[in-house]
Ligand binder design. Structure first.
Ligand code: NOJ
Length: 700
């Protein structure tokens, strides 16, 4: 990562003289107030003088009795400004500006010392706790983080439940902040009343719509060696941090001090402004100087996959309908390589699959080095290499972490041997507090999917994968907190209800327009767009092959194309089967052409939960791509092309819904138009109910 212009404008050390500290964003619009009252620390945030966060308490409690939440005084503080442009090796923009003011406040509870560091950016704020190693601590195990986000009872939240049966795979609830609960979710979104294991809380990123129409998103950045943060309602608009505990109740275990993740609040006047923030990446670090990630290459892949999870015509496990067989894989490779894809995912290639493989965490453990009989990895890798396409590896762990970690190095070596560059990993294991950990005494302990044990597991995989020059795409992951800046090989992840739920269940028609305002705020998603056969695609079983008339993907072909631009991912999948693409090769052309690495991002228009239009400029050419998606409502939206270079001509290929297209009644009707445009043009585009569009704008 190349850096220019790193300026630390000023460092001012201020010794203790007051109980209040203030920090403003570089543009002066966002203001943080920190204070100590009766020994208790709190902060509040305003933007343009309107309250974003009311006075909210801070602090940490430790298992050895140390209390860093009361009896506090300020020892000293120091302030600095930082302004740097940095250049990610891939991304949504080729240059990112990281400009903030920072205050480090050193505090004491009269026995122990720690720092709270605040940063104020033009697009939000962040803070973290740093507890250095010191005397008077017998350990640094955290039993509670006391951070609060004190909103208004009038603020509404778009949220998914934490501490629940599934991990992040839920539709969203939209309610008052105080209504965040399993009960509310069960009554209004999906019945999870059976799910009594954990407390009422929401995952982050949590998006808040304020009554004045502005937006904030609460999340965290740089989640390393810590437990992941959830937000629990405390009444009157107040949310409090709840960390996922270990099975013994400790939230975070540490022997040498605490360096918490950043607690982040992105603040935006409009929904489009919210989508345009780089705050999370800016709060992460560059790769270590001695680490070279130039081998990480974004790309597109297809997969022997939808026919198991979507059309249900094949099995993961050995059977007469086994998907991952040599002939089938060769056919997919022929198609995918002919159309320029870099990778082909093959699931069900290894030993351990059987009909009941999912989802207890107790099944037959998978092997990550032994292939099934009808999958010849050596022959297929060679077949692919002659056609310029490599296998995308697959490691479904079933949540059996120890089993996976025991084989990790050998599994990576095997993939290195066969030229595999990307691995999709999976952690299906329901009940969520069901991750088997074998402790020192050989006892089986069940951990949460999002606690420190799993955060550390994901970290271990990513670091070892980097050693073997492998990229990781995780399904059932830990949420994205921007680690791809330091570890670019953590290239993508799912971490929400993705397309696959449309295969075996349904996401409904309005989920796709919620994701940009929630999950996508955290980073790239392996949503797996590009399903063209949107109805009559699913069989009741691979044996009987009767069409399930009720199964639909609630989308349109043009919307599926638009998703490649709206949902950013450096590894994008074309999820459907070659035989389905073959029927619509003119529309498939867009998937072939759409880039995965960008130099610029423009949020052209959006309305929270209604529609989104994003333009992205290809990193390697002067071409632009525009994607638009709408919820169940049809609409006509104007595209203003003034973002193009003036005085130039562009030819635009437009992939559009027709007036007859409808996500439910007629999802596969589309039209393709060509036009010559310039930056002076404006075009009205019709989006059908549940539909969308995609534009390829080629510089002439
Ligand atoms: C769940 C993943 O999300 C899905 O993509 C995968 O096919 C199955 N697990 C099997 O690994």
């Amino acid at each position: 990562m190349k850096k220019i212009l790193a300026i630390i404008l000023a460092i001012i050390v201020i010794s203790c003289n007051s109980n209040n500290k203030k920090l403003s964003s570089p543009d002066g619009k966002i203001n943080i107030n920190f204070g100590i009252d009766n020994g208790v620390a709190s902060y509040s945030v305003k933007k343009n003088n309107s309250v974003i966060i009311n006075e909210s308490e801070m602090g940490i409690l430790f298992s050895d009795g140390t209390d860093l939440s009361s009896n506090l005084t300020i020892n000293s503080s120091s302030q600095k400004s930082f302004n740097e442009d940095w250049y990610p090796i891939y991304g949504e923009e080729e240059k990112i500006n990281n400009y903030y003011n920072e205050i480090k406040i050193s505090l004491t509870n009269q026995k122990n010392e720690f720092d709270i560091i605040f940063r104020a950016y033009d697009d939000g704020i962040a803070f973290k706790y740093v507890v250095p190693e010191q005397k008077n601590f017998s350990n640094y195990d955290i039993i509670d983080e006391k951070t609060e986000f004190n909103l208004s009872p009038n603020d509404s939240a778009l949220w998914i439940p934490a501490f629940s049966y599934r991990r992040y795979e839920f539709l969203h609830a939209f309610s008052s902040v105080d209504d965040i609960s399993k009960d509310y979710f069960s009554k209004n979104v999906e019945d999870i009343s059976y799910d009594t294991l954990g407390i009422d809380a929401a995952h982050t990123p949590l998006t808040i719509k304020k009554s004045d129409g502005s937006f904030i998103s609460i999340h965290e950045a740089n989640l390393i060696d810590f437990s992941s943060m959830t937000l629990a309602p405390r009444g009157q608009g107040k949310l409090a941090v709840e960390l996922y505990p270990w099975a013994d109740g400790i939230k975070v275990k540490s022997k040498d001090g605490i360096n918490s993740p950043w607690r982040t609040i992105q603040i935006a006047n409009s929904s489009s402004e919210l989508l345009n923030s780089n705050l999370i990446l800016n709060l992460n670090d560059d790769p270590d100087e001695d680490k070279d990630f130039s081998w990480v290459k974004p790309g597109k892949y297809m997969g022997v996959w939808w026919e198991m999870i979507g059309t249900n015509e094949s099995t993961w496990w050995p059977s007469k309908n086994h998907g991952a067989n040599n002939d089938k894989v060769k056919e997919y490779m022929d198609f995918a390589s002919e159309h320029g894809f870099e990778g082909l995912l093959v699931e069900g290639w290894n030993k351990g699959w059987y009909p009941q493989w999912c989802c207890s965490g107790d099944g037959i453990p998978f092997s990550f080095t032994e292939t099934v009989d009808d999958f010849d990895i050596e022959m297929l890798a060679e077949y692919g290499s002659k056609r310029n396409i490599s296998l995308v590896g697959h490691h479904e762990t079933g949540g059996q972490i120890q089993n996976y970690e025991n084989q990790l190095e050998n599994a990576f070596r095997l993939y290195n041997k066969y030229g595999i560059k990307n691995i999709k990993t999976g952690y299906v294991n329901d009940v969520s507090k069901n991750i088997k950990r074998i402790d020192k005494n050989g006892d089986v302990i069940r951990e949460w999917h999002h606690g420190q044990y799993m955060v550390n597991h994901f970290q271990k995989v990513i670091e070892l994968a980097a050693k073997y020059k492998l990229n990781i795409i995780t399904h059932e992951p830990i949420k994205d907190t921007g680690l791809r800046r330091k570890y670019p090989n953590y290239i993508s992840r799912e971490g929400a209800k993705g397309q696959e739920f449309n295969g075996f269940w349904t996401n409904g028609v309005n989920h796709a327009t919620d994701l940009p305002f929630t999950r996508m705020l955290s980073g790239p998603m392996d949503y797996t767009p590009g399903v063209f056969q949107l109805n009559n695609f699913r069989y009741d079983s691979p044996e009987t092959k009767n069409i399930d008339k009720g199964a639909i993907v609630p989308s349109t072909i043009s919307k599926e194309l638009g998703l490649y631009v709206v949902y950013y991912s450096p590894m994008q999948m074309a999820a459907d089967l070659p035989k389905h693409y073959s029927k619509h090769m003119d529309a498939f052309k867009f998937i072939k052409n759409v880039p995965v690495d960008w130099s610029e991002r423009k949020i052209l228009n959006s309305e929270f939960r209604e529609y989104v239009i994003i333009a992205r400029k290809d990193k390697n050419t002067e071409n632009w791509y525009v994607g638009g998606i709408t919820n169940e409502n049809e609409r006509e939206l104007e595209i203003d092309f003034s973002f193009l270079d003036s005085g130039k001509e562009y030819s635009v290929n437009m992939y559009l819904d027709t007036r007859n297209t409808h996500w439910k009644e007629n999802p596969m009707e589309y039209q393709i138009r060509e036009k010559i445009i310039s930056s002076d043009d404006k075009i009205d585009i019709y989006l059908a109910p549940g539909g969308g569009f995609a534009l390829e704008i080629i510089s002439k």
